[in-house]
Each structure stands twice: as C-alpha cells, then as structure tokens.
Design a protein around this ligand. Structure first.
Ligand code: AAO
Length: 534
C-alpha cells in the first residue's frame, strides 16, 4: 500500500505521472488520513518566517526568542541537531560533526537536555516555535572509530556498527541492501544506491525495519513532548518515502500545553532536487513541505545578472520557473551547506559575504508570496578559497580553545559580536520579516518593471516594495494599491514615535506614489506597509 501511494514506479514519477493518476493518489492519501497532516507550521499571531540559528547554544536561543525574535515577529527557529554526536578532532570540531549522531541522547555542543527543555519552553512562551533538525538517515561515519569520543560520552563502535545507547546493532543498518563496491553512494542516477548505500560513508540505517522506525519515532517523540513544533528532516532523498511516512505516522501530537489538541508536528524535508536526478522532490510533498533548492540558485543568478537574466524576469517567479508548488516549498536564499560550498546550489548562491546583494535577495524573498520563508543566521569563518573550493568550509562556530561554543553577545548597535553574523538582526531583513507578516495572505499585484532591473510590486492593499538593481537611478510614480497617506520606508529606517527615522513616502488618494532610488544607495530598495503608515 505504502509502496503504491508514495513510491511511484521509476519512469512514472511526479511530472511523468498523468494528472488524473496523481489526483487519485492524493485523494486516496487524504482519505486514509495520510495526507496533509504535517503541513501546518502552527505559527502564532499570523507570523510567517523562521530563522535558522545555525550552531547557536540553547541558552542563547532562549534569550534571543525573548529579547528579539518574539518582539520582531519571527515565527520560529530551526535549531542545529540536538542529538548526541561524534566529537571530531581532525579537523578540529567541524560544524558537520553534528550530522553524525551516535545516540539519541539530547546533549550536544549547543547544551544539555535541561537547557534544551528550558529553551523550548521559553521560546514557546513568547510565541516562537522550535523546529529541530532531525538527523535520522544515518549514524556516524564508518570511519568514526570506537570509544566515547561523543558529546555526552556515550560509547559506540562505528566499525562494528554498535550504538548501545540507542541501541542499534549491525542488523539495523542497510549494508545488505547496498550493491556498490565501496558501500557508499557512487551514482545519484541509481535510486537504490541513493537510498540504501552510505551518504559520504555515513552508516545508513535500515528504515524498513520496524525496530529502527520505532527508535527514530521515540527520539522525535521525546522532542515533541518537550514542546517542539516540528522538524527539518535531514537527507530525505536518502530515505524511501514509504519508510518516512511510516515513521511520521508514529509521531505524537504536539504538546497541548502550547498547541491546540490534535496538532500534528510540522515537517519540512531536505531533498535537493535541482533536476537531472531520478529522485524528485514531489515524491515527498504528501508528507510535509520540502526544501526548494532551485529558489536560491535561480534568484542568485538573477540578482547577479548572470546569463543576461534581470529582475524584470521575476514577474513570473514561482511555479512558472519550475519551482515546486508554493504550498509545498520551504524557501531560503542560502543554507548552512551551500553558503560554504557543501550540498548544492552552486556559485550563484548569495550569502552574508556579499551583504548588499544578500539583503536585496532576502528582501525580495520576504516580499514575494511564494513559499514558506526561512532566514539564515550564520557565523563567520576564515574563508579561504583555493581553485574554487573553500579550504576552511569545515570550521565550526565561534568557540573557546576547549571546543565549547561561545555565547552570542549583542552589541550596543543591536548586532552580534564574536564572529556571529546575525543576518536576522540586519535592519532591512528584520523589517521585511515584519512586512511579510503584515501582508500575509494578500495577492501579488500592481507589478511594474522597466524591462531591466527595476521592479516594484504590491501585496493587496497592505504593502509595496520597489527595487533598483540597475546601474542608474529609479525615478518613477507608481500605483501602490495602498490608501492615501504618509508611510515610513522600513528599509532606510522605520516608524518610531509617530515619525519616520528614514525615507518617507507619500501615497496620493489615487494610490500612486513617487519613488526615487539611487543605484548607489546602500540598500537600493524601498518598502512600505500599512503598519508603517504615520
Ligand atoms: C563529512 C565530511 C566527509 C566525510 C563524512 C564522513 O565532509 O568528507 O566523508 O563527514 O566522515 C554534512 C556535511 C558533510 C559531512 C556530513 C557528516 O555537509 O560534508 O561529511 O555533514 O559529518 C547531499 C545530500 C544532502 C546533504 C548534502 C551535504 O543529498 O542530504 O549532500 N545535506 C544534509 C545536511 C548536511 C549534512 C548531511 C546531509 C549529512 O544539510 O549538512 O552533511 O547528515 C548532488 C546531489 C545532492 C547532494 C550533493 C552533495 O548535488 O543532488 O543530493 O547532497 O550532490 O553531494 C550540481 C547538481 C546537484 C549536485 C551538486 C553537487 O549543483 O545540480 O544536484 O552539483 O554535486
């Protein structure tokens, strides 16, 4: 049954499937209650955007929820994997050690189980949801050795595939189903390899086994009971959809202390689908949202003006560009992988290293109705690119000599110190998160472009954005869809104490307003919304 519902025969997958057959599959899935159970993100107070606080300590996230994320309308936080992982010392404490679990104990570089519990409760109390990064495809690498070099000191033996803290033993891994000589994935064109062999040597769990499904569900349920609102599920391409469906089917409802009774956890699944491989993102749509990696790659290309692409091309941005249906997509300009050359997306990806274009890309993403948006929050590393490859792409978060992660200090200007970038606190990004909340549910309208890199669009009668990515001044009077009055631009400033701290925009009774944006402005875009009206 599961096979039929979720794993369509090769050659018949997704876009090849006649629409009537897709409809039948969907209707059947919904009828069986397997349908859209995990698509509700349970955001509170009409909030819309989550932030990935990559590698932050639980104690800092708790504070950030209370002092910044709650008050500024962020809906949730994606946290780094909370499960116990291998401690890697060569290279020294790379960030990616957290993608090599050795048990389901909840102590990590981000803190103890008690700190995790405290953080979840405090964030929930201010209406900020927590989404945990669940690494359930695999355990540590086959080269992980033996011993207690793990974040809670649990013993494991990678060579023998023994993880007594769970416990998992050799029979719980996929080796017998993998046909490659190395035991690793060697060819992404072979579906069986991708799902039954080891991703870069990581010991691949046999999710077909009831026992394995049960242990993974127990782990996720422990987090649900603590109060998380859902999960980013890591490496979903490498798991059979029917196995994931069976695991999700075992999950508890969310903790009714903070969520309405009967709420299912929100799930967004990491599947890298840039086209060109037989495994398609759409195989996972029924079970939850899916990461849309084409989004950042394509948007980066347009904003960089590569291949003659221009902002005005974005008039049809969305499904027409080959992106997945909006209500299935989790979108982002960059993520923790592709900001440092891991994963996929390629060279067009914009990151905080190019702050001006990055703010522009993020503002566009937050203004545009497509998808559910995730803002990235990073730390600086000693970027050192040799022949196109970053030699220091492994560097872990700002830390003390003993490897423990440094706290995130907030500067008097409201930014972050000690190597933490805090893009989510950058003024235009923070204010565009608020913009997205204000215009939530409103259609895109009043599109204007100059046929080049100057564009503008509104969201119903609630918000309007104008962007100039050309090398000359934008000087136009445009229909905004907003009611007449004076609005504060939320990019150069904002509304404070009944005044604008930055530019002011006057909308006439006819809804039209004059905009002038120099190409040399530090942020060449202007945004106004109903809450920024004087
Ligand atoms: C580390 C070391 C390895 C070592 C291993 C075991 O770096 O050298 O062998 O330990 O000792 C992270 C790091 C890894 C790290 C791992 C474990 O990124 O470097 O390995 O922790 O510590 C694939 C997966 C995707 C995965 C991505 C990184 O499909 O799920 O690789 N992302 C997640 C996490 C990530 C994490 C893991 C999974 C593992 O977000 O942080 O890894 O838990 C193609 C495929 C993609 C594939 C990429 C990269 O992409 O389509 O599915 O992602 O290759 O291999 C064009 C194509 C595009 C293609 C791309 C790159 O753009 O259009 O499709 O080229 O070839």
């Amino acid at each position: 049954m599961y096979m039929y519902l979720f794993s369509l025969p090769e050659g018949l997958q997704c876009s090849h499937v006649p629409i009537e057959m897709k409809m039948k599959v969907c209707i059947l899935a919904v009828a069986l209650g397997l349908g859209l159970a995990h698509h509700n993100s349970h955001v509170k107070h009409g909030r819309t955007s989550i932030v990935h606080l990559f590698e932050w300590r639980w104690a800092d996230i708790a504070q950030e929820c209370e002092r910044y994320l709650g008050p500024n309308g962020y809906s949730g936080v994606q946290i780094s994997p909370p499960s116990e992982n291998i401690v890697v010392t060569k290279p020294w404490r790379p960030w990616w050690e957290r993608y090599q679990p050795v048990s389901h104990n909840l102590c990590s570089r981000s803190g103890t189980e008690q700190e995790l519990r405290d953080m979840i409760a405090r964030c929930n109390a201010v209406g900020v949801n927590i989404y945990a990064d669940a690494v359930i495809n695999h355990m540590c690498s086959n080269e992980g050795g033996e011993g207690r070099h793990s974040t809670c000191g649990s013993y494991f033996n990678a060579t023998k595939e023994e993880f007594p803290s769970v416990p998992f033993t050799a029979q719980d891994f996929n080796d017998r189903n993998c046909t490659t000589r190395s035991g690793n994935i060697e060819d992404y064109q072979d579906i069986n390899q991708v799902r039954d062999c080891r991703l870069v040597g990581l010991l691949d769990l046999a999710h077909r086994r009831e026992y394995v499904r049960g242990k993974i569900a127990d782990y996720m349920n422990a987090l649900i009971d603590m109060g998380v609102a859902g999960f980013r599920v890591d490496a979903c391409k490498h798991m059979w959809p029917e196995d994931l469906s069976a695991i999700y089917g075992r999950l508890h409802n969310l903790n009714s202390k903070w969520f309405p009774a009967g709420s299912k956890p929100f799930i967004y699944q990491e599947v890298i689908d840039l086209g060109g491989e037989p495994i398609k993102a759409c195989e996972y749509y029924e079970m939850g949202r899916v990461t849309e990696f084409k989004y950042g790659a394509r948007l980066g290309t347009v904003i960089r003006k590569w291949n003659g692409e221009k902002l005005s091309d974005l008039k049809s941005w969305g499904e027409d560009w080959g992106l997945m249906p909006s209500d299935k997509a989790l979108v982002f300009v960059d993520n923790h992988d592709n900001q440092r050359g891991h994963g996929a997306g390629g060279k067009s990806i914009l990151t905080f290293w190019e702050p001006r274009l990055y703010r522009l890309a993020t503002a566009f993403m937050l203004a545009h109705p497509y998808g559910m948006t995730r803002v990235m929050s990073s730390y600086r590393w000693n970027r050192h690119i040799v022949k196109g490859k970053d030699e220091n792409d492994w560097e872990g978060p700002p830390s003390f000599p003993d490897g423990s992660t440094k706290p995130v200090p907030v500067t008097p200007e409201g930014g972050c110190g000690d190597g933490w970038v805090c893009e989510h606190r950058w003024h235009p990004i923070k204010n565009m998160v608020i913009f997205r909340n204000v215009v939530d549910g409103e259609p895109l309208c009043n599109w204007w472009d100059n046929g080049s890199n100057q564009i503008a669009f509104g969201r119903g009668s609630r918000g309007f954005i104008v962007i100039n990515n050309d090398d000359w001044t934008l000087d136009m009077t445009l229909s905004t869809g907003l009611s007449g009055g004076t609005y504060c631009d939320v990019i150069s400033g904002q509304k404070e104490g009944g005044q604008c701290t930055g530019k002011q925009v006057t909308v006439g009774k006819d809804g039209r307003a004059h905009f002038r944006i120099s190409s040399s402005d530090s942020d060449p875009f202007v945004a106004i919304h109903t809450d920024s009206k004087l």
